[in-house]
Design a protein around this ligand. Sequence first.
Ligand code: PEP
Length: 250
Amino acid sequence: MRQILVAGNWKLNGSRDSIEQLISGITAGVENTGDTQIAVCPPFVYIPLVAERLAGSKVAWGSQDISDQSAGAFTGEVAGAMLNDFNCKYAIVGHSERRSLYAEDDDFTARKFAAARKAGLIPILCVGETLQEREQGVTEAVVARQLDAVINLEGVAALGEAVIAYEPVWAIGTGKTASPQQAQDVHAFIRGKLAGLNVGVADKVQILYGGSVKGANAAELFAKADIDGGLIGGASLDAAEFLAICSAGA
Ligand code: PEP
């Protein structure tokens, strides 16, 4: 069994005070989370604060996005080397909110994936279908296309050193969780597709589920053979709820 990873995506939320409190709450309960790997992804400006407070703890941290560029005239961007300066371990790329609200397509996401790797960060590559795509029966085709963009640019072996997060868009922030079996089916498809290219990569890669995961449904999701943890939005802003999800993986 692959190790469970629970990563919190705080999105555009928090203040210095609320993040101090959230970190204190998480670190206070972290000893009950067994060997679950834990990470949090704050807004960029709070990464130094989080890095300072979590240094030496079992909780890692990462960014919610990363520039596809490494330096230069790219106003508003944050480069991988800058994230390295604050010991980020992960960088989320291709979150559905980036894809839909900021028009980041598969190729751009693949370049961000490559930029994260180049900086020594572990990309968390988000993939997933919209409700319309699910209803049209093209879930697997959409996920395959999103994965292929990365495989074509970076090679399949790169996915063995990354994390994949399957996040059905219709389940993000909506309170509608994919059933454990619906999620497992897509996770198995992803692993099977990778196994067709490289069995070692398929065995190794952690595939997280994201979409309205809570303390109450995490254990059932994580019990599935191909679900190796979760990418958590809303519930990661509440220390007790986030810890309950982390403990579900222990
Ligand atoms: C997310 O933003 O990645 C996410 C899964 O959000 P939520 O848990 O709130 O559905």
